[in-house]
Design a protein around this ligand. Structure first.
Ligand SMILES: Cc1cc2nc3c(=O)[nH]c(=O)nc-3n(C[C@H](O)[C@H](O)[C@H](O)COP(=O)(O)O)c2cc1C
Length: 407
């Protein structure tokens, strides 16, 4: 079974999060100093060569993303940290920010130096006011110590919309507009916040950066899966013994997560399914538990690694009931900007309500499947594109559960 390896949680429980001196004594801000002694392009290449890919869900190479902003000429550039963490069951970014806020600030400052940005924003989930207090204190201490140099960081709080975690809706929200996604391209790296080149990275992605600069790309690349190196922080919930968080190398398997670190199913019951990556994640049956958790291996089985939220379900779970609730969530959270999502999430919820209530037919299931396939291709942003995944994957792996409820 895979064993825990802490990179982003390196200081967890070892330092006082409210003491910048503790962070510095643990080696903090050495990486920023080192980065500033390197060329900007050299820093970007180090991050690119490390293979670090986004931990917020889309899995894009972080250094490549930084390269877009670096090579776009502008009078102002921005670093935005995505701390929206709206995915139900996910709390890894909170753990990082509560326990080691300076590591995030250092990662942002390194990115700022690399792309030539003097301003950073942390867009934080509105439900985390107590985390914002900790991070604000950390910012104040870093400013007072002068470690950030000319790089300024401000916090912006969200207002509870799931879609505001989508990077362009997030940018709209910071600008003071309704949180609705933009058409892409242009991508934020080229034209983001107020039309300026903007790197948007997740908290966990940025917390990896100081260690990569300090220890080098080759060291990082040697950990975990070849195509998605490093570690991943997982948060477990549902019918699992250890409802907790941990950090594993990315070559661990789903079985390592659920039965190794997770300790298996509560009460000695049998495993039924696991959903990874949050509400839009695919449902995974027992036969696929030996799949590695890295981004590409998960994509191959129609699932996602996403944010690393792990929702475990035992043999007594009514999957169709779970799916009905999920479709309700997406109907509620759809921003309404594009028709396939606004209408599709509503109709899919209606059909699932009918099926779960024992009034659905095989035709209803076929219609919903068609609808889901259209949505995954036609919706404007990842919310609508991923919304049908739980339905489609349960239909693939647990068809008997649907059949049992049909008239
Ligand atoms: C509906 C929706 C919600 C999202 N929520 C989050 C979130 O809470 N946190 C996050 O980091 N990324 C979230 N993302 C992904 C972001 O759009 C983006 O890919 C990410 O911030 C990029 O950072 P990374 O490359 O470091 O992962 C969401 C995407 C969608 C479509």
């Amino acid at each position: 079974m895979a064993e825990e390896k802490r990179i982003v949680l390196r200081n967890y429980g070892k330092i006082d999060p409210l003491s910048i001196d503790d962070y510095i004594n643990a080696g903090g801000y050495k990486a920023l100093e080192k980065a500033r002694s390197m060329g900007q392009k050299e820093v970007i290449d180090e991050v690119k060569n490390s293979g670090l890919r986004g931990r917020g869900g889309a899995g894009f190479n972080a250094g490549t993303k930084w390269g877009f902003s670096y090579s776009t000429e502008a009078d102002q550039k921005y670093v935005v940290c995505n701390a929206d963490e709206g995915e139900p069951g996910t709390y890894k970014d909170r753990i990082i920010m509560e326990n080691d806020p300076q590591s995030l600030l250092e990662g942002m400052a390194i990115c700022g130096y690399a792309i030539g940005a003097t301003k950073g924003f942390i867009y934080m989930r509105g439900e985390y006011p107590y985390v914002a207090e900790i991070v604000q204190k950390a910012i104040d201490q870093a400013k007072a110590k002068g470690v950030l140099g000319g790089f300024d960081i401000e916090i912006r709080l969200g207002a509870g919309a799931y879609v505001c975690g989508e990077e362009t809706a997030l940018i709209e929200s910071i600008e003071g507009h309704r949180g609705e996604p933009r058409f892409k391209p242009p991508y934020p790296g080229v034209a983001g916040l107020w039309g300026k080149p903007t790197v948007v990275n997740n908290v966990e992605t940025l917390a990896n950066v100081p260690v990569i600069i300090e220890k080098g790309a080759d060291w990082y690349k040697s950990i975990g899966a070849a195509n998605y190196p490093g570690t991943k922080v997982f948060t477990l919930s549902g019918d699992v013994v250890n409802k907790t968080f941990f950090e594993l190398p990315t070559d661990a398997t789903i079985r390592d997560v659920v039965f190794g670190m997770g300790g298996g199913i509560v009460g000695g019951k049998k495993f039924k399914a696991v959903q990874i990556g949050g509400t839009s994640g695919g449902f995974i049956p027992e036969s696929l538990l030996d799949t590695p958790v890295d981004f590409d291996s998960m994509a191959k089985i129609g699932a996602t690694l996403g944010s690393g939220a792990v929702f475990v379900m035992d043999e007594d779970t009514d999957l169709i009931d779970v799916i009905e609730r999920i479709t309700k969530f997406f109907e509620h959270e759809s921003c309404g900007k594009c028709t396939p999502c606004r209408e599709g999430t509503k109709r899919m919820h209606e059909i699932l309500q009918k099926v779960n209530g024992g009034n659905g037919t095989a035709d209803d299931i076929a219609l919903s499947e068609k609808l889901g396939k259209v949505m995954s291709r036609a919706c404007l942003c990842g919310l609508g594109q991923a919304a049908p995944a739980p339905f489609l994957t349960t239909l693939e792996h647990f068809k008997a559960d649907y059949d049992a409820k049909l008239v």
